[in-house]
Design a protein around this ligand. Sequence first.
Ligand SMILES: C[S@@+](CC[C@H](N)C(=O)[O-])C[C@H]1O[C@@H](n2cnc3c(N)ncnc32)[C@H](O)[C@@H]1O
Length: 239
Amino acid sequence: MALDLHAASFGDAAEAYARGRPSYPAEAVAWAVPAAARRVLDLGAGTGKLTRVLLDAGFQVDAVEPSAQMRDQLAVSAGQASLFEGTGESIPLPDASVDAAVCAQAWHWVDPARAVPEVARVLGPGGTLALIWNIRDHDEPWVAALDDVLHRHTRQEIDTAPPIGGPFEEPERAEFRWRHPLNRDSLLDMVASRSYVILLPEPQRRALFDSVLGLLDRHGVGDEFEMPYLTRCTRARLR
Ligand SMILES: C[S@@+](CC[C@H](N)C(=O)[O-])C[C@H]1O[C@@H](n2cnc3c(N)ncnc32)[C@H](O)[C@@H]1O
């Protein structure tokens, strides 16, 4: 029940999500999606961060997303994609209709026991499923300190190298390092778009923002800076 509440919370912060969350590096997407693929499913597509990269790489994209507010943002940022209301457990696409499926920063919200066979159903023969997460790189002390502050309220343990199983071959893994330019306002948008922050009462959310800004001051981080990210990818082919 708690998980459903968090999973459904994103829509309330869809604009902050679009402003503050990072995209994905093109090299990671090139690794995750076979170049020969034509039609690609973006599962849990949110505001279209990954959808945009898939479109720019030349794929035809079917974007599936449960939240209406997130879909509204996606229609603006990635309007060339075909957009569907749906979930990983119930994908509104015909059997064998896509060459590849990608799920960025969303697989931890699905029930894999139902989503794995459902993704396999919509994939054509030999199709691939890729899972992608952006993780802040703690090699920089201020980033480690930031995550300490963010995790003070809740620590969501996410397995970013999960098994896939079912009808898929053994997964392969890869990581990509990159840096996302931010300023203080967009960092606060990133914080505001986290599911547990969306659900915090306003005084606690304000206190959290103040802690984040205080931390930047203490670490000498200016108004404009770069967030170091590690993009962790998993891909597996249908047997
Ligand atoms: C952290 S966001 C990631 C959005 C986008 N893929 C990105 O990379 O920016 C997680 C998304 O998963 C969606 N979501 C939640 N439960 C889901 C489910 N069961 N199946 C598919 N998507 C789900 C949320 O509505 C939200 O848009």
